[in-house]
Design a protein around this ligand. Structure first.
Ligand code: ADP
Length: 157
């Protein structure tokens, strides 16, 4: 029954990690810090339909901020406002987590909510050529974790 499926989904949360449920970085809709909020950018944002958009500088692996689409309500595309103006004004905090964080822990962290319900998933890259560094490999939201909890129910349908 439904309750059983939801409980087994919840029990899986301890064994599964964010890596298994994240949205891979190549599939994330982002904007460049250098972008201009003109008609074409605003249309693209609307077309993609996400409520939060990571902002990168120069390369997609260098996340410098996050744009909340709700912060665009008062924007006039004719003003051609640079995205950096908005980013520097709102300074929405970015929340980072490791790829091997168990989902129950991730659920609790995302539910706190003050970080905006979106976390960037990091992995340590450790090869011989340089010192170890963190690389962002995806994003995870509360929605992703909840979907995992009710997953068996969805698979039934
Ligand atoms: P939204 O409120 O923007 O629809 P949700 O938190 O409900 O976002 O997440 C829905 C799905 O979309 C999740 O799988 C999440 O990982 C993914 N997602 C959220 N933001 C983005 C984005 N900017 N680009 C690509 N996928 C995203």
């Amino acid at each position: 029954g439904d309750e059983f499926d939801i409980i087994s989904g919840a029990l899986d949360l301890k064994r599964k990690t964010v890596r298994e449920i994240m949205t891979k970085i190549d599939d994330v809709f982002m904007l460049s810090y250098d972008a201009v909020l003109d008609f074409s950018t605003m249309s693209e944002i609307r077309r993609n339909g996400y409520s939060r958009i990571p902002v990168f500088d120069k390369v997609r692996s260098n996340i410098v901020g996050i744009l909340y689409v709700k912060d665009l309500v008062l924007m006039d595309p004719d003003d051609n406002t640079p995205l950096k103006t908005l980013c520097d004004y709102y300074r929405n905090p970015c929340f980072f987590t490791f790829h091997d964080t168990p989902l129950d822990e991730m659920f609790r962290a995302l539910r706190e909510g003050d970080k905006g319900h979106l976390a960037f998933v990091q992995e340590v890259v450790d090869d011989e050529d340089h010192d170890p560094f963190y690389e962002i490999i995806g994003i995870v939201t509360l929605e992703d974790v909840i979907e995992e909890i009710v997953q068996s129910e969805i698979m039934d349908e």
